[in-house]
Ligand binder design. Sequence first.
Ligand SMILES: Nc1nc2c(ncn2[C@@H]2O[C@H](COP(=O)(O)OP(=O)(O)OP(=O)(O)O)[C@@H](O)[C@H]2O)c(=O)[nH]1
Ligand SMILES: [Mg+2]
Ligand SMILES: [Zn+2]
Length: 315
Amino acid sequence: MRGTLIGGSNNIFSVECDDGQIRQCSIKGKKLKSDKRYYNPLAPGDLLEIEADGDTGQITALLPRKNVFERWNVKGRAPQLLAANLDYVVCFTTPDFPPFRPRFVDRMLVQAEAAKIEPLIVCNKCDLEFSPDTEQMLSIWEELGYKVLRLSAKTGKGVSELARLLNGKKAAFAGQSGVGKSSVINALDSNVSLKTGGLSLKYERGTHTTTRGTLYHLRINPALLDGDTQGCADIIDTPGIRRFVLNEIPPDELIYYFREMEPLVGTCSFGLSCTHSHEAGCKILEATHAGVITEERYESWSRIKSEIETGSWED
Ligand SMILES: Nc1nc2c(ncn2[C@@H]2O[C@H](COP(=O)(O)OP(=O)(O)OP(=O)(O)O)[C@@H](O)[C@H]2O)c(=O)[nH]1
Ligand SMILES: [Mg+2]
Ligand SMILES: [Zn+2]
């Protein structure tokens, strides 16, 4: 029988099997267990082959993944799978509480682009005051073709637009702790009430309320979809991430995942050996001086590249 991984840890996973039953399953066989490269062998959204035995079962195989969203887990010193087989990665940010961190969003965008998963950007807590810099950065992403939603789980603003995009799709919500990922899930489906958390005022950070990635089948509130249709969406809520560190992206390849820079790669006078930092005839620098590439994104690329090179990442 086949099934979809809903969540779990310590090698016991909840799997929704094709007969509709959710079974607690362990992994059978050495092959899946022994993939020690990863912090976790399986991620919510994975499609599995199951040997069912009443209420429990054993996972006998992992079916090929369409894609997987991952990051480097600094503490665990291994790549961590966050969610698999997605239509979207929803990259969460806020104008404040926690403070707006554009580089964090850029890193999530890069990792999504590398995995060929379409990213959406949600700026939640739009009931709070916006700095002009935040608004400018949101516009920059929009001009690059990213869908940016200005949303408030608190007032309901923008939730309907998100509901329409997610209807019938599978998506993972990712971002720092406290940005309101679980709150937005609650706003999409009134039958769901996930635990949400406060913020540590001292550190202006979330308190890591969601502790495990979990897939939810949402029945989207009909009012969010113009009333008559009953929508659904598979949403994977992920635990807040303190530091989003890129996984398996060599410094020279980073530029391919900045969509406005990628077409210029190789066109500099020094060709592929150009470092785009000081060279005459560098098309990336020329485009930045001409304002075709924004200073903000150039700076972001340059800083993330040096983070990869030095191994020291900002939050
Ligand atoms: N002002 C305001 N507060 C919000 C909004 N959405 C969520 N919050 C608050 O922000 C806090 C954190 O929300 P959560 O939904 O727990 O955030 P999260 O991203 O799931 O956090 P983790 O599970 O720790 O990763 C809670 O106190 C929410 O009430 C919003 O749109 N506006
Ligand atoms: Mg949460
Ligand atoms: Zn160059």
